[in-house]
Design a protein around this ligand. Structure first.
Ligand code: NAD
Ligand code: FES
Length: 278
């Protein structure tokens, strides 16, 4: 059992939750995730570890309500428990000192981008953060990102906050101004694809963190398969980060659409995507 130590709503349908998970907190590295099950009959959902505190034995996760199980987690209150938290899973991000690193978070993908940005910063890199959302109310983790970046650019699609446009518009500007050694992009698939199309033109290595459907999270079921450089890879054990210039994003889009209608039905409103790694 894993106790919820704190829960805070950070945007519409998005919660920051601190969970008791000492074994995970002791080992976890940036880029890794956990698979959670709130109760015996729940499906298992993968969520990135946003932060951890080994001393307190806690991990922090960001949960966006996108389906039945995330809704169940969001309805739990402080002091209540989740049945199991398996992890840390996946490969940690390869962190080294490279120079200027641009970390791009699209919407809820910012929760995945943050720990990697923090690790790059701690390794002595200059981290330029770019976070984008559809509108002002959906911009998340601005203060956290500001604290670990040398510059933070914020975009909104409707121009209600920061600059008007997509994260790719801000990235174009950054690439024009400075030499970027590497880009990390996390967010919706069309965003990661657009970032990769841009960086390919400039020959800038770009890593993406993928979020296909996961079931066991241990390489046994094959649900999370993606095609990278023409080869089938399992995101849970081979990823979650891959070289974005080699990912088949069109195939990933098709696979992600598989359950979206079902999730919309469960959650009961439009605009939700399938349940997946945040
Ligand atoms: P969203 O659709 O609101 O997009 C967020 C931002 O991404 C936009 O404001 C824009 O700046 C950028 N963007 C979107 N489409 C773009 C395009 N075609 N070109 C350039 N930039 C683009 O994001 P959301 O609703 O917060 O995200 C939901 C989606 O993100 C879900 O599909 C979810 O599964 C996925 N997601 C992925 C990860 C991951 O690990 N890769 C993590 C969390 C969420
Ligand atoms: Fe089953 Fe990756 S989730 S193989």
């Amino acid at each position: 059992m894993h106790k919820i130590m704190s829960k805070k709503k950070i945007a519409e349908d998005i919660y920051k939750i601190v969970l008791e998970a000492p074994a995970v907190a002791a080992k976890r590295k940036a880029g890794q995730f956990v698979v959670l099950r709130p109760e015996e009959t729940s499906e298992r959902i993968p969520l990135t570890i946003f932060d951890s505190d080994a001393g307190k034995g806690t991990i922090t996760i960001i949960v966006q309500v996108v389906g039945k199980t995330t809704k169940k987690i969001a309805l739990l209150e402080e002091g209540e428990t989740l049945l199991d938290v398996a992890g840390p899973l996946g490969n940690p991000t390869h962190i080294e000192r490279k120079g200027n690193i641009a970390v791009v978070g699209g919407g809820v993908g910012t929760a995945v981008a943050y720990p990697v940005a923090k690790a790059f910063r701690e390794a002595g890199n200059d981290v330029i953060g770019i976070i984008g959302a559809r509108t002002k109310e959906l911009v998340i983790l601005e203060d956290e990102m500001k604290a670990i970046t040398s510059e933070l650019l914020i975009t909104t699609d409707d121009g209600s906050y920061g600059r008007k446009g997509f994260v790719t518009d801000a990235l174009k500007e950054v690439i024009r101004k400075i030499t970027v050694a590497e880009v990390l992009a996390v967010g919706p698939v069309p965003m990661m694809k657009a970032v990769c199309n841009l960086t390919k033109q400039h020959n800038i290595r770009t890593m993406v963190s993928l979020n296909p459907i996961m079931v066991d999270g241990t390489g046994m079921c094959g649900a999370c398969r993606v095609t990278v450089a023409g080869k089938t890879r399992f995101t849970c054990v081979d990823g979650p980060e891959f070289d974005g210039h080699e990912v088949d994003f069109d195939e990933l889009t098709k696979r992600l659409k598989g359950y979206s209608d079902m999730e919309k039905h469960y959650i009961g409103h439009k605009g939700c995507n399938l349940e997946n790694k945040v």
